[in-house]
Ligand binder design. Structure first.
Ligand code: NAD
Length: 357
């Protein structure tokens, strides 16, 4: 539970796991006005040495972290399979916990963690930082403001060309694979923030194993929602030409944008009744249906840019620890995404579209 805030009014955090993401939290925490970093712990001596070289305080063991009564929160940024045991141990000792995403590797594990947080009376949440991504927030605004009319298809992709990383992400025992790595972000954005109340009807997914046979190094997933809304989520690591980050179709327009919104476009229809259509011609035929539109029947609309600040995650965390706000990333939301990912794996295994309850 929350300790008394430090002299400067900030709350106290420790980071367990001081690799790539642990270091990102260190930079974030030292930049924000709500938390101080009391120290970091990692099982790898080179990470502790790195911290010491950078002047970051360190703990000599996980037990020392657990015994630190000044802490308001422990941030767990280890490999995915370690989130559950570390989080359970911390909660049992009365600590509030933030895990990195994915919260853990199965819904059964997650249920144990939720049960522990309730039993121990501590806050437990997960760092779903991609909720603050500018590209996501802009697309969300386009959809919510009806700029392209009623939306019937949302495609969200991330594509790289370096295969799955050669670290623990390639190992099943550590909770590797791109579904747990990136799928969790893309699904959270859509089903928890963009369309939180839309009923999910079915899931169909196929996994890729191009550079790794043990875990998925990419996947394609179609989610059918009530009202005929189709959501397509794709993660690839063998894409030497990438498709847009977002491709969204509404009845009156289309959005297509890469990560960099300055390269993105929204095109809306201004006139359905076009008298003249110049057919598209190929060597073997013509088509009026697929002919490009002329400029007098469409207009380009600028993509709205949204200010966002990922520090709002920590601000909410501090307020939630004080009981002054509800945690933004809730247990139900974490559960929904975990269940969706499990359904995707089941669909891949069975080759079937699966009903989602
Ligand atoms: P990493 O391999 O760079 O770092 C993980 C660190 O955890 C390593 O230094 C390792 O020694 C340490 N560790 C492992 N077991 C430990 C234990 N029991 N006690 C203490 N330390 C332990 O991996 P990473 O890329 O930093 O990923 C870590 C977590 O952060 C993963 O869950 C990953 O999914 C997540 N992540 C999130 C984002 C994001 O944008 N939210 C981005 C990257 C990674």
């Amino acid at each position: 539970m929350g300790a008394v805030n430090g002299m400067n009014g900030k709350k106290n955090a420790a980071i367990v796991g001081f690799g790539g993401m642990g270091r990102w939290h260190w930079h974030q925490i030292t930049k924000n006005e709500v938390f101080d970093l009391l120290g970091v712990y990692d099982i790898r001596p080179e990470c502790i040495e790195y911290a010491e070289r950078k002047g970051v305080a360190t703990y000599s063991s996980f037990e020392e972290v657990l015994s630190d009564k000044r802490l308001d929160v422990i941030v767990i940024a280890t490999e995915n399979d370690q989130h559950k045991p570390l989080a359970l141990a911390a909660m049992e000792r009365g600590h509030n916990v933030v895990t990195e995403k994915p919260v853990t590797v199965s819904s059964a594990d997650l249920d144990e963690m939720i049960e522990a947080s309730k039993r121990c009376g501590v806050l437990f949440t997960t760092h779903q930082n991609r909720r603050w991504d500018g590209d996501f927030l802009s697309v969300k605004k386009v959809i919510e403001e009806g700029l392209i009319g009623r939306v019937f298809n949302i495609e969200s992709r991330v594509q790289g060309s370096r295969g799955i990383p050669g670290d623990w992400r390639g190992k099943k025992e550590h909770g590797g694979g791109m579904m747990l790595d990136w799928g969790v972000h893309l699904l959270d954005q859509i089903v928890n923030v963009l369309l939180p109340d839309r009923k999910i009807e079915s899931v169909y997914a196929t996994m890729d194993h191009i550079t790794n046979s043990e875990v998925d190094d990419g996947f394609r997933m179609t989610i059918m929602m009530e009202g005929g809304m189709r959501v397509y989520v794709e993660v690839g690591t063998s894409n030497f030409i990438e498709l847009p980050r977002w491709y969204v179709q509404g009845e009156n327009g289309t959005v297509s944008t890469p990560w960099d919104l300055s390269q993105g476009r929204i095109v809306c229809c201004t006139n359905w009744e076009t008298a003249e259509v110049k057919p598209i011609r190929t060597a073997a035929g013509i088509s009026k249906t697929m002919a490009p539109r002329t400029d007098d029947t469409i207009k380009e609309v600028p993509i709205p840019l949204i200010d966002s600040d990922v520090h709002d995650f920590y601000r909410n965390l501090a307020a939630a620890i004080d009981g002054k706000a509800t945690q933004l990333v809730t247990h139900e939301q974490l559960r929904k995404v975990m269940k969706l990912m499990e359904t995707a794996f089941e669909s891949d295994r069975t080759g079937q579209a699966i009903r989602f309850n």
